[in-house]
Design a protein around this ligand. Structure first.
Ligand SMILES: Cc1ncc(COP(=O)(O)O)c(C=O)c1O
Length: 374
């Protein structure tokens, strides 16, 4: 038996403030590119294709050239291993197509809510594998993970670089997840939406699609590539049974993708080095500002340095409750801040988004708030 799906609390919170608050301290994406920016990256052939683009239905699995370009992001993956879809759709489809009521799913938490909620709505038992706070950074605990495995466990769900903490595991810990999943014959769903935003690029992990035959990678244009409005992402797996089940399910969600979104994604991916360099510069400069700021205001906040992605998850230790502080910040200072309970995390952590140009101004508003509190 399935369960009614819960509202997506984080998305509802964003819906309330994202287009009203002048400053966002907690967005997860990097500064968006414009249509003009992307067309500026196109060569003459792409531009002609853009001008003549038919707005008809498209190939269900995705534009063949785009699937080829996506496959080139991995080392051992073919275009046939790629299904293009909206990222959120990728989570929904995977859980719906591969899980059944009564299965158990282990999910790394805190997490983006749909990674846990869709499986719960299918009727699965959810076993939360908590990322542990170690004072100023985050840690995985292998023993805890092993203790959650049962004969009913069907899937392990992870997300690296991790939303909301910016945690990135060591290569041997990532590989350990593969060995454990192999031993217990689990699907390993790896949300890699923040891949390519490793603060030290030498720490980048391989896509799960390259490592494990029952691995499923979720990737997309929304975070590292600055194009969330295209609604283009992908599932990548070498497992034929999974690919067939995922493709079958897609006929009941979107059938196919939007032609303009696919072509713009293709143009942007071909120019990915420039986009990624721009975003990493922005993140590094905002990270330095955040580091100084939270050091100065360490009476109010414990800073946790992230290792990848465009987000961090420090802890509020100020005199008011975190919810009260977030309410006052958005109502009186025009800065939206997302409290950690939107990621089902108890306590007083909050998300900081490091990918936007006006991050220093948003910090300035937070500074004004903290100063009047002193
Ligand atoms: C970890 C993670 N996975 C998936 C998604 C979904 O991406 P999109 O909003 O582009 O559908 C997000 C969006 O914030 C995310 O943070």
């Amino acid at each position: 038996m399935g369960n009614p799906i819960q509202p997506f609390w984080l998305e509802r919170y964003f819906a309330q403030y994202e287009f009203k608050a002048p400053y966002l301290l907690s967005p997860s994406d990097c500064e968006s590119l414009s249509l003009k920016d992307v067309l500026g990256m196109a060569d003459a052939e792409d531009l002609e294709r853009w001008e003549k683009l038919s707005l008809g239905y498209t190939e269900s699995a995705g534009l063949p050239g785009l699937r080829r370009e996506i496959a080139s992001l991995y080392s051992n993956t073919n275009p046939d291993d790629i299904l293009v879809l909206a990222p959120e759709e990728g989570i929904y489809i995977t859980m719906r197509a591969l899980l059944s009521p009564g299965d158990e799913v282990i999910v790394l938490t805190p997490c983006y809510q749909s990674l846990v909620e869709v499986a719960r709505s299918v009727g699965c038992g959810i076993m939360e594998w908590p990322l542990l706070s170690a004072g100023d950074h985050w840690e995985l605990n292998r023993e805890r993970l092993i203790s959650l495995i049962s004969p009913r466990t069907k899937m392990l769900v992870v997300n690296f670089p991790h939303n909301p903490t910016g945690f990135l595991p060591k290569r041997e810990d990532y590989q350990y997840l593969v060995e454990l999943s192999r031993e217990h014959d689990l699907w390993l769903f790896s949300d890699e939406m923040y891949r390519f935003l490793e603060h030290d690029p030498t720490c980048r992990l391989p896509g799960m699609v390259d490592l494990y035959p029952k691995g499923i990678t979720l990737g997309g244009m929304s975070k590292a590539f600055s194009l969330p409005g295209l609604r283009i992402g992908w599932l990548a797996t070498q497992n034929r049974t999974a690919m067939e089940a995922l493709s079958t399910y897609k006929d009941y969600t979107t059938i196919c993708n939007s032609a303009p979104g696919e072509l713009l994604a293709l143009i942007a991916l071909r120019s990915r080095d420039g986009i990624l360099a721009r975003n990493l510069d922005l993140i590094q400069s905002n990270l330095a500002a955040a580091h100084d700021f939270f050091y100065t205001f360490s009476r109010y906040v414990n800073w946790y340095r992230p290792q990848g992605g465009s987000i961090a998850f420090p802890e509020w230790i100020g005199p008011k409750s975190l919810d009260q502080a977030c309410l006052e910040l958005v109502n009186d200072y025009g800065v939206m801040v997302v409290p950690g309970h939107y990621f089902n995390y108890p306590g007083s952590h909050f998300r900081v988004g490091l990918g936007r140009r006006n991050f220093p101004e948003a910090l300035g508003r937070v500074e004004a708030y903290l100063q009047q509190m002193a």
